[in-house]
Design a protein around this ligand. Structure first.
Ligand code: ADP
Length: 394
């Protein structure tokens, strides 16, 4: 039976939404409330090919959700709030408690709150979104879809940190991984197009502002570059990715910084921004490199080098490589970055077709490449919507 499902991705000052008609996976409307908490908040939505945008004061997430529901009613997409049977929420951290999506009740909300210690920047905000919908759509069932769940299939050898085991057990310190909805989506697309054999050894590179690589074996995540927190792994826009852990106490001591100062330094002032001193945006850095800026050149060299390191390591995890996928902002749009990466992967049988790469085709490998190389625009909201239906139907 056709049903209307809302997929929600709540950030600290934003709320992204998509209304789907399921199981057809038809997007009825998509939009974003940005700058929540400001007098000049922006509410944008796309309906029937038209963009609607208003700028107004939006005090909090509750008011943002009210606006979204009013827009759905005014546009005639729903006649009554009760038509929305399910609301799926992206939730950052499910810890070891949630290895699958789950219907939200009071106990689940308590657990998401408890897991905030593992994801202090995201879980509390995700909860705010959940509570706003609970208040304003009391008849809809709500589902939590965790960033971490897709990676729950990782073996202990990939998720265990070599720390004192008592501490690890006391606090649940292990690799969890993030971007699960995105890695799952691109896998599902590759599978749909090319089948199980071609996708049995696949590496997904989610290269956005945040970035992670995932090794997917027969549809299951067996390793991923983010860890206990989304700070680990690759160099990102403003996040450091992996560094020698000894650097943390060193900087703390030498610069007289608090733990919170160092957390901010590693999350907001590092990465491409930190190396280049210019920008967190790959487009700006490519441009500066063209003008001869040496730090921009270095930033991109480090960025590409680290992606290559993970691809090499994960090919070992998978015992081979049949499909390589690029997704998210950089992965979907930056032909030069894909080119720099793939030109160094000849040893794995990767060869791309320059024209296809520059056209951002779905398949960009050359005819004689031994590995399929795909550019797949990610769709995290669709995975949230699919998961919501799955949980509500179970
Ligand atoms: P987020 O991780 O915040 O969801 P996105 O996946 O949308 O972000 O990626 C945003 C990033 O993608 C930008 O910071 C920018 O560096 C990069 N990006 C977007 N378009 C291009 C492009 N044409 N070339 C290079 N980088 C791009």
């Amino acid at each position: 039976m056709a049903e209307k499902i809302l997929a929600i991705n709540a950030g600290s000052s934003s709320l992204k939404f998509k209304l789907y008609l399921m199981p057809a996976e038809q997007v009825l409307v998509s939009g974003l409330v940005d700058r929540i908490g400001h007098d000049d908040a922006i509410f944008t939505y796309h309906l029937n090919g038209d963009k609607h945008e208003t700028v107004q004061a939006i005090a909090d997430h509750l008011q943002a959700v009210k606006l979204v529901i009013e827009a759905l009613l005014n546009s005639g997409l729903i006649q009554d709030k009760a038509e929305i049977v399910g609301v799926g929420h992206r939730v950052s951290h499910g810890g070891s408690t949630y290895t699958k999506s789950v219907e939200i009740n009071a106990d689940v909300m308590k657990q998401i709150d408890r897991l905030s210690v593992l994801s202090p920047l995201h879980n509390p905000v995700n909860l705010v979104g959940i509570k706003a919908f609970e208040t304003l759509l009391p008849d809809a069932r709500e589902v939590a879809v965790f960033d971490t769940s897709f990676h729950s299939t990782m073996p202990a050898s990939a998720y265990t940190y070599a720390l004192p085991h008592e501490l690890v057990e006391k606090y649940g310190i292990r690799r969890y991984g993030f971007h699960g909805q995105s890695h799952e989506y691109v896998y599902s697309e590759a599978l749909r197009r090319f089948g199980e054999t071609q996708t049995s050894q696949m590496i997904s590179c989610h290269l956005g502002n945040g970035a992670s690589v995932c090794a997917i074996k027969n549809g299951e995540s067996v390793n991923t570059s983010m860890g206990f927190t989304p700070l680990a792994g690759l160099v990102m826009g403003t996040r450091s990715g992996d560094i020698d852990p000894g650097i943390v106490p060193f900087i703390e001591k030498e610069e007289h910084l608090s733990a919170e100062d160092v957390r901010k330094l590693l999350n907001s002032d590092s990465g491409l921004q930190g190396i280049s001193g210019l920008s967190n945006d790959v487009r700006d850095i490519l441009e500066a490199e063209k003008q001869g800026n040496q730090r921009a050149k270095l930033a991109l060299a480090v960025y590409v080098h680290q992606i290559l390191e993970y691809i090499g390591a994960y090919t070992t995890d998978l015992g081979g490589l049949k499909t390589l996928v690029f997704t998210a902002g950089v992965g979907e749009h930056s032909a030069p970055i894909r080119e720099r990466i793939c030109s160094r992967l000849g040893y794995l049988g990767v060869k791309i077709d320059s024209e296809k790469n520059h056209r951002n085709d779905f398949e960009i490998q050359a005819d004689d490449s031994q590995v399929k190389v795909l550019v797949i625009p990610t769709d995290e909201e669709l995975v949230i919507s699919r998961e919501t239906v799955k949980v509500l139907d179970s």
